[in-house]
Ligand binder design. Structure first.
Ligand code: PLP
Length: 492
């Protein structure tokens, strides 16, 4: 199986080369050429997270040997995670909560970014290349730290993370600016996440940047890289199989997954899981006030020309959801010309409308809801009061979406993807369940622990005492020249 571009059907290459490339040279995203993959659920009934990961990732990346995949999987999913199950699942009154935040940086990005460096360095070894891979990554908060942690001191790699200067939480900023590693750099950009993402995508195709690269290949750790997307398919399977094992659902019973969504990567992995045989009823896109996806899935018109809201769920403050392009590709049966023309319209006018036929295909798998910040806060307070379950603001958006979906009479078993530890957003979460006035985010963490008894993840406790290493702030307009300079320094 090979990977091709969403925009032209060209650039056909095996998965490990697509992992190296990140983004297609025509601006498109890599997608598997066909989706004939079937994961045998029976064979995985009693499998561990790592065993499921071997099978699922191996199926999507067949040019890696079994042994290579095994090394990657066991290198990633080990004691870096503070729960032996890697992704534990907690039943609650409305279904189950899939806890994706037990990794080193306390957000779901760890599931992909602990394994991406292994997949990438293995790919380089397969190609017998010894150039430096320069990873450029835009972040709305969580990808940045997870990528910095995953790539720190990995040989032959260098990583630069760009984050919106006012668009991440105190804790997220501190996590990034205290990162360890001789090969890492962290840069604040005067702009929002979309500006950062556009800057990185533009840099990948920019002539001055290319000219500055000598023995350096630029790649990306954003969810545009299939090396991130594919590992995210695993937890849909592991959770489903666990629910069957625990008697929460019957074998082959279709379930609905509710996903707090920004760049459409996490939920798109659920779509690929369904395509590979997982019994999925619906995939619910949950958005915050930046509800561009809710409108798109309900009306067929994508329109980013609207106010950008900075919310308490910053990792979803996104108006251009990159991975949606992959859905357009599959839902149109691989109509690359159409995808290319919609993406051109998006970049020129900020909006596009799909055909009614395509909209109906999308609506047959996806539903969409959004909630504002008051509803988000209420979801946190209610769930804590009712069931003593503490969730972060991103997860709360999904819990609210599920309540709206239930109110329309939908009864099937549902799983909420919990994407971050509540401690990452301690101030906002604390304010939902108490009237305490903490001095700063660390005081908020301690108060939250006193009140709830929930332990603070190790990686967050130590932050307070780590030195701040990075303080660079740049204007968006200087991004390309900044990147060109950095590539020149990395060059041989
Ligand atoms: C990145 C992130 C999301 C959004 O995931 P996408 O794959 O971008 O849709 C949601 N919640 C948290 C906490 C995140 O870090």
């Amino acid at each position: 199986m090979r990977y091709i571009s969403t925009r032209s059907g060209s650039y056909s290459m095996p998965s490990h080369q697509a992992v190296i490339q990140g983004l297609c040279p025509d601006g498109g995203l890599f997608v598997p050429e066909d989706l004939n993959i079937r994961i045998d659920l029976d064979a995985l009934k009693d499998a561990s997270y790592q065993e499921i990961a071997e099978v699922v990732i191996g199926a999507f990346f067949p040019d890696y040997t079994q042994e290579e995949i095994r090394q990657c999987v066991y290198g990633a999913y080990d004691s870096k995670f503070d729960d032996a199950e890697i992704v534990p699942v907690t039943p609650f009154s409305n279904g189950a909560i899939m806890e994706l935040w037990h990794g080193p940086t306390s957000a779901f990005k760890d599931l992909a970014l602990t394994i991406l460096p292994h997949l990438l360095t293995t790919a380089y070894a397969k190609e017998q290349r010894d150039d430096t891979v320069a990873i450029l990554t835009a972040t709305s908060g969580d990808t940045g730290k997870a990528a910095l942690s995953g790539f720190a001191d990995v040989p032959h790699t260098h990583i630069t993370v760009f984050y919106p200067v006012n668009g991440v939480s105190d804790i997220q900023k501190r996590q990034m600016n205290t990162s360890r590693g001789a090969n890492v750099n962290v840069v604040a950009v005067e702009g929002n996440f979309d500006d950062c993402q556009r800057m990185v995508k533009t840099a990948c195709a920019d002539a001055t940047v290319k000219a500055a690269c000598n023995g350096v290949t630029i790649s990306s750790a954003n969810s545009i890289n299939i090396g991130r997307l594919v590992p995210q398919i695993v937890y849909y399977f592991s959770t489903y199989l666990k629910l069957v094992r625990d008697g929460q659902i019957k074998d082959r019973e279709p379930v609905t997954f509710v996903v707090p969504t920004g760049n459409f990567g996490d939920i798109f992995a659920g779509y690929l899981a369904a395509k590979a045989g997982l019994p999925v009823k619906n995939l619910i896109v949950a958005s915050n006030d930046n509800n561009v996806l809710t409108d798109f899935i309900r009306t067929g018109t994508y329109d980013r020309n609207r106010p950008f809201h900075e919310t308490i769920s910053p990792s979803m403050d996104i108006l251009i959801s990159s991975n949606l392009e992959r859905l357009l590709y599959f839902a149109s049966n691989g109509d690359t010309a159409m995808v290319a023309s919609l993406m051109k319209k998006l970049s020129e006018t900020g909006t596009y409308t799909v055909s009614q036929e395509l909209l109906h295909t999308i609506q047959s798998s996806f539903k969409a809801y959004w909630c504002d910040q008051d509803a988000c806060r209420k979801a946190i307070a209610d769930l804590y009061e009712r069931e003593q379950i503490l969730i972060d603001p991103h997860t709360a958006v999904a819990v609210s979406a599920l309540e709206q979906y239930r109110a329309e009479g939908n009864q099937e078993y549902a799983v909420v993807l919990s994407t971050a530890s509540p401690y990452k957003f301690a101030r906002d979460v604390l304010a939902c369940i108490s009237t305490d006035q903490p001095e700063d985010a660390f005081a908020a963490m301690r108060l939250l622990k006193e009140r709830t008894g929930l332990s603070i993840p190790q990686g967050l406790t130590e932050l307070e005492s780590l030195p701040v290493r990075f303080q660079t702030v740049i204007a968006e307009a200087d991004g390309i020249s900044f990147i060109a300079r950095e590539m020149k320094e990395l060059s041989k």
